[in-house]
Ligand binder design. Structure first.
Ligand code: ADP
Ligand code: MG
Length: 332
């Protein structure tokens, strides 16, 4: 990782890996478990890859979570600190990366709920400040952005503003009433994502979902008097398209234009994250995709980032899981 040093403390990207349990289907077909967590930070493959006998079989990260870890544990060790920096006015992003059916949505939904619960807890303990929580949700499919909170299926445009930075035009933003309200909105998003699925075919494995929570807070004594004491920051919960799309696009080359286009956001995110995790200078290609343009204020700079890479333990998914571990290694 990039580490500290230099002017201003740079935070590394927090990278963890989560193994889900073998699914019923995987168990039924006798698919054995290929990966094992040997401690809190290292995952190993039980067998070597026949085509790469010399490839490393142990991979280390900030944290690895074995199949029996619950999402609360994953949240606590892999996301909480980064997500809650939002109450101190620091932007952050939490990503779920992995192949389709590896547990991205399962993990990200839990993390979003735990974060909001902790934020309400924090608010309850800080009565000297007034807080407003705002929620918005988008999906990026094939470099087209749409609102997941409204039923209209209208592509939304991105605009660049000198003050606001890049923003999504006409995006609905809902003021959260409480935790139950968040649960309601998350199910609206899920339904919207499913609606897309039926006519876009496999939509959710190809699309990125970003749930964004913005917190504004100000000291009550200055309320309505002095705007300069207002803190505004956002945390983004990003459920990425299936990572198998990225490797497909890379291997298919120019022949599969659609695949490349669909995955521009995923590929650009990989490049941005690799650059951020190494030296944080030089050109970072935020502007090459919709996903990275939208997330730019929450990636790099003073922002905090956590990536949770999810994978199936099954041997049949070994090659994709290994790609996921290689991606995670690049982000460290
Ligand atoms: P993805 O979003 O990566 O395609 P999902 O989150 O939809 O994958 O997970 C696929 C299936 O596996 C779902 O039925 C989900 O409930 C289940 N699942 C995923 N992770 C876990 C886990 N850690 N424990 C139990 N079930 C899980
Ligand atoms: Mg999913």
């Amino acid at each position: 990782g990039g580490g500290g040093g230099g002017v201003g403390k740079l935070e590394r990207i927090l990278v963890s890996v989560r193994l889900r349990p073998l699914s019923g289907k995987e168990i039924l077909r006798g698919d054995p478990s290929e990966w094992e967590c040997i401690n809190d930070t290292t995952v190993i493959s039980r067998s070597t890859f026949p085509d790469r006998p010399s490839a490393p079989t142990a991979y280390s990260f900030d944290r690895v979570f074995h199949s029996d870890c619950d999402t609360k544990e994953v949240y606590k060790q892999g996301a909480k600190e980064v997500a809650l920096s939002v109450v101190s006015g620091i932007n952050s992003s939490i990503f779920a990366y992995g192949q389709t059916s590896s547990g991205k949505t399962y993990t990200m939904t839990g993390i979003t709920e735990y974060t909001v619960a902790d934020i309400y807890d924090y608010i309850g303990k800080h009565e000297e400040r007034a807080f407003v929580l705002k929620f918005s949700a988008i999906e990026i499919y094939n470099e087209v952005v749409r609102d997941l909170l409204t039923a209209e299926n209208i592509p939304l445009r991105l605009w660049d503003d000198a003050e606001k930075g890049t923003y999504v035009e006409n995006l609905a933003e809902v003021v959260l009433r409480d935790w139950d309200h968040l649960k309601e909105l998350i199910s609206v998003c899920e339904a919207q994502r499913k609606t897309g699925e039926t006519y876009l075919n496999e939509n959710s494995s190809r699309s990125h979902q970003i749930l964004k929570l913005t917190i504004e807070s100000s000291a009550r004594e200055f309320l309505g008097k002095d705007k300069s004491t207002t803190l505004v920051a956002s945390v983004n919960f990003v459920d990425l398209a299936g990572s198998e799309r990225a490797s497909q696009a890379l291997s298919a080359g120019a022949r599969l234009k659609e695949g490349c286009h669909i995955n521009r956001s995923l590929l650009t995110l990989g490049t941005v994250i690799r650059k951020l995790s190494k030296v944080r200078n030089g050109h970072i290609p935020y502007r090459d995709s919709k996903l990275t343009r939208i997330l730019q204020p929450s990636l790099g700079g003073n922002a905090r980032t956590a990536i949770i890479c999810t994978m199936s333990p099954a041997r049949s998914h070994m090659e994709q899981s290994r790609n996921t571990l290689l991606f995670a290694s690049c982000a460290k």
